[in-house]
Design a protein around this ligand. Sequence first.
Ligand code: SF4
Length: 254
Amino acid sequence: MKRRDFFATPLLFYPLLASTKERRKLIPVSHTSLSLFQTCPLWFQKKYIEKSVVEEETEALRFGNRGHKAIELGLLGKKELPSEFQYVTALMETVKEIGKHPATVLVEAGMALDANEQPCLYNEWDRKWVHGKFDVVIIRDAEAIVIDWKFGKVKENPQQLDLASFILMANYPEVKTVKTAFVFVQHNELIDGKHVRGSEVTERRFHQLRQEFARYKLAQIEEKYPPNPNGLCRGWCPNKVCPFWKPKRGEENG
Ligand code: SF4
């Protein structure tokens, strides 16, 4: 608890650090980079800062990328869904139906915020501090829906839902309610969330996010990336030179 409080008051000590080290380009917060940092700061450092490890492109990842692209082009009316993704047709039609009513519908929408939580362009690399790309965003009056297609196993990720709402609310001040939905297309399952601007729950969730941003930033300023041994050390992490790395079970002699 003490540690969180310490990180929650970054402005008290950042000026001392900012004069020299903070001028270095920081890796902005994305759901992926923040999650990796939380999993293991050393892995994050090897991937994003040192760029000395390359993660294997698995078939599951390629499949997910193909699926995202197919849905994007389908929603934009640029290409029919290929046969391997025909089962997504009903979901796409639902989105199109929602979007028929007067609404702003954005597909593959990149949004970003600067260090003062002010909106900026997604490609403003010198300015942006937090960013996200959303598969579909539907905005109608004071309500927004953010949809993310998932092609992997069904799992909850409240932080990703929080981050999506955080970025969207800052970009669209008129939006009072954000509904977030992870659609696990292969399983026909949905994990959803709801954030109401100014509500106690939402403010608490956003406060937690800001604490995580501060921890992530401080690590980069201080260049401290300790290893955090975890289940992914068993062959999933690409940093094979780490003393905690081990081959996958069954591959010990290979
Ligand atoms: S092997 Fe484990 S501790 Fe080492 S960098 Fe990878 S995840 Fe971190």
